[in-house]
Design a protein around this ligand. Structure first.
Ligand SMILES: [Zn+2]
Length: 140
């Protein structure tokens, strides 16, 4: 444990949680929310009083999240498809899917049209995922 010398209490807590939670311990539940980095399903572990650990075993990431359910907590970290009827203008252009997913998504919004006046999102799309604008690497 090289981190213990000169480490703050927060450092020590973070290492204890990371080392323990990425190990082979019981109590994790896979949820239908995917990791935004590798695309594998996230796992959650309930820690009482609405606090969950959310992890990706592939990326070795751990997050501590408050939520109303395992899926609610994991959706604050990962990517989950939102039902089409929940879309509103604040989401802007999104990726649109039809479940079960067998085709690439459409890009657009229910209120946008192509140059021929056709809707950019087919009515049969059932879910969407927001598009997040990344920062440039040199801005980090
Ligand atoms: Zn991952």
């Amino acid at each position: 444990m090289n981190y213990s010398k000169g480490a703050s209490e927060l450092d020590k807590c973070a290492h204890r949680i990371h080392d323990y939670a990425t190990g082979e311990v019981e109590g994790w539940r896979e949820v239908a929310v995917v990791c935004p980095h590798c695309g594998k399903n996230l796992e959650t572990s309930y820690c009482e009083d609405r606090v969950y650990l959310v992890r990706c075993q592939c990326c070795k990431t751990i997050s501590i999240v408050a939520g109303d359910s395992p899926k609610d907590a994991a959706s604050k970290i990962g990517i989950v498809a939102i039902p089409a009827e929940d879309w509103h203008e604040d989401y802007g252009d999104c990726l649109w899917w039809h479940f079960p997913i067998e085709e690439p998504p459409y890009l657009g919004s229910p209120i946008s049209f192509d140059r021929y006046g056709n809707e950019t999102v087919p009515k049969w799309c059932t879910h969407f995922t927001p598009i997040y604008i990344p920062t440039e690497e040199n801005e980090l």
